[in-house]
Each structure stands twice: as C-alpha cells, then as structure tokens.
Design a protein. Structure first.
Length: 333
C-alpha cells in the first residue's frame, strides 16, 4: 500500500491542474477576427490610421506606350502613346483591415450586404452563382474556415461594387485609377511587356502572381501556393514597388468601360466617363484591370498588363477589389 500523499502536495497538484486548465481555455479563445467587434472609430481617427496602413508610391508621370498591338483582343489595340501627370498609387490593394476602418468610421453598408448576396464562383457547379451571405466580411460563406486566422485581415477586400469602392475613396480623399494610370503603374517602367515583371509568365518556373493553374474550370492545381485569394504582398513587387498588379483580386478602375476607346483616345491624361444618364451601357459598366485568382490561360488571361474588362458598377464579385490613387505632392526645389 502506497503511503498517503501529504496535504500540501495534493494542494500543489490541484493548483497546477487549475493553471493548465486556464491556459488551455485561453488557447481555445477565438482569434480577434472572430471575437466581439472592436469599438467603432471616429471618421477622423479612421482616416489618420488609414494613412499608416495604406502606403503609396509617387510616380513621375510622363510618356508610356499603352495597349498591345499583338493582342488577339481588339479592345487592347492599337498600342498608343499616353502622357500622364504625376500621381501617387497604393503599394497594395485595399485590404479588409483598411476597409473595416472605413465601415466602422462611417457605418457604410455595401451593395452586397444590402442585397443579401454576391457573386461567388462555384467550382463544383463550374460557374458563377448568387451566394446568399457573401460579402466583404464573409468572402467564402460556403467555407467559413477561410476567414479564420490573421490572413483574412490582409486579404484584398472583395465582394465590393464599384459604388462601394468609390465611397471608400471619397472617405479616404483618394480616387480609383484611370485605365492609363493603372496600366502605367502595372508596367513598372518596362516597355512593351506582357506582365508586370516582363514577357515570360513563369520565369525559371517561378510563379510571380496568384492566378489559376490547370484547365479552367475543371482543375485548380494551386501551384502558386493559393487556391483562392492570397494576402497582399505574397508575390514580388514590380519595378515601381507595387504588389499584386496581376492576379489575386482584379481591380475596379475609375472610368466607364468602352471596348473601342483606344481608337480615339486622347493622348494626355485619357479618361472616359459618361455624362449622368447618358452612358452607352445600361447599367453602367466600369473598367476592371489586373486579373484574379480565377484568371486562367485557357479562359481569361486578365493578369496581362494590357487586358481590359467591364463589369456592372452595381455588382460585386469574389474576385474584384481595388486600389486607390491620388495627386502627387509638388516637387520641392
């Protein structure tokens, strides 16, 4: 028969167990993203914090060659010289963290939240579906585990319409880029390039953007390391220090989409917007650039720097986000 354990040792044992129990309980607590929402911030505080979370670069403007004469898509032709004034552009696409600041400060409700659904690509059905509950807070409601962890904070915000992106820009005192601003930035100083990094899509077998690998929509191989969205900055920056100008999330542009615009585009600061109520399209289609994680070689090579697309400004999708531009500060002597 074993000797009885002294009382002080038994107390010590139970105190240790209690401490371990508290540690396990703490570890099981949900991450901040899944816990109670933080206290709302003021508009002023949100805008101040945003400046720290949204770094930008200043581009000098000048001449560049826009479009692609070799493209099989007529809307990308002809290649033509464009002259731009200096401007600044976000280094990263607008993230969920940044967009949440805007929502908390203003109480803004997105188009998808008002409708109760947004467009999601269903790989099982091989097509786009109107997914109830899909919005910027829950990008993949069919798989809620995708929102767990810190990566959601740094994903580009998606399921935002052009109207939502424009509202964010007005709060942040920024704008959506024109097509010329976006393409000039995407080229990163390269001339006659196919991608933001050059003319070879996968140099030395390396994936430099998040797009679809495999036969779309039958097979999604995820060879670039991501089956869906990737956190911003997951791939190398281009020559101007900008990330994700190809793939991950496509980006809303400021202007109306006109497939024939290049035929008579102005040379300096080209921009096409329709007078109110006089759009050539109904509803108004806005330009989308850059391609996304759903862009595939056999279906949509939207990750090319000259690729152009139009979408209804009222709609929202799992693969469309945005970045912002602003005026460059005056040059100091």
């Amino acid at each position: 028969m074993d000797p009885p354990v002294p009382l002080y040792r038994r107390l010590k044992f139970w105190l240790v167990c209690l401490g371990l129990g508290l540690c396990v309980s703490a570890c099981r607590q949900p991450l901040q993203e899944e816990s109670e929402p933080p206290e709302p911030v003021s508009v002023e505080a949100g805008a101040t914090l945003l400046k720290r979370l949204a770094p930008s670069v200043h581009l000098p403007g000048g001449l560049f060659l826009m479009g692609n004469d070799q493209s099989g898509k007529s809307e990308e032709r002809p290649a033509h010289e464009v002259e731009l004034d200096p401007f600044s552009i976000d280094i990263y696409e607008v993230t969920n963290q940044q967009f949440r600041l805007f929502v908390e400060a203003t109480g803004y409700v997105t188009s998808a939240e008002k409708r109760g659904w947004s467009y999601l690509f269903d790989e099982k059905q091989k097509g786009w579906v109107r997914m109830p509950g899909a919005n910027w807070r829950t990008p993949f409601p069919v798989d809620p585990t995708t929102r767990s962890g810190d990566s959601w904070v740094y994903w580009p915000v998606v399921h935002v319409s052009w109207d939502d992106a424009d509202a964010y820009c007005r709060w942040a005192e920024r704008r959506l880029p024109t097509e010329a601003q976006w393409e000039h930035a995407a080229r990163g100083g390269l001339i006659d390039c196919e991608y933001p990094w050059g003319n070879t899509r996968e140099p030395q077998g390396k994936f430099l953007a998040n797009y679809w690998q495999g036969w779309f929509p039958e097979e999604n191989l995820g060879l670039d390391g991501f089956l869906f969205l990737a956190p911003v900055g997951s791939f190398p920056k281009n020559g101007y220090g900008l990330y994700d100008m190809a793939g991950t999330a496509a980006e809303w542009g400021r202007v109306d989409y006109d497939p024939a615009f290049y035929l008579n585009s102005p040379r300096k600061n080209p921009i096409r917007t329709s007078p109110v109520g006089e759009s050539a399209f109904d509803p108004v289609f806005k330009v989308v650039r850059g391609g996304s994680f759903l862009s595939a070689e056999n279906a949509d090579t939207g990750y090319r720097v000259s690729a152009r697309l139009g979408q209804s400004q009222e709609m929202s999708f799992v693969n469309i986000g945005f970045r912002t531009v602003g005026e460059a500060p005056p040059q100091t002597q």
